[in-house]
Ligand binder design. Structure first.
Ligand SMILES: [Zn+2]
Length: 93
């Protein structure tokens, strides 16, 4: 078991750990992790967040149909030239 004062650098990760029942808040400033390898778990969460940030950046900067982008991001197969005709990128074409 690992106890530490709240680290303000990781509020999102702490929230994820809490929601997955791997972290217990003792008071608003102190938490207790119940993981065997808490630092490894936090590094995994940080990597996930970095990937999510990259994907969000790609979505924001894509020139292709945003609906097409979202569908393919969530694993739905679409024609590569599929255009919804309603998003800002399709509307500009
Ligand atoms: Zn579109």
């Amino acid at each position: 078991m690992f106890t530490n004062k709240s680290d303000r650098q990781y509020p999102l990760y702490l929230g994820i750990l809490h929601s997955s029942k791997q972290l217990k808040w003792l008071d608003p400033y102190t938490y207790q992790l119940t993981l065997n390898e808490p630092k490894q778990a936090i590094n995994i969460l940080i990597d996930r967040q970095k990937k999510s940030t990259k994907q969000t950046h790609k979505y924001l900067t894509t020139k292709r149909c945003r609906w097409n982008f979202l569908l393919s991001s969530f694993g739905f197969s679409t024609r590569s030239n599929f255009s919804c005709g309603k998003c800002d990128n399709c509307f500009q074409k």
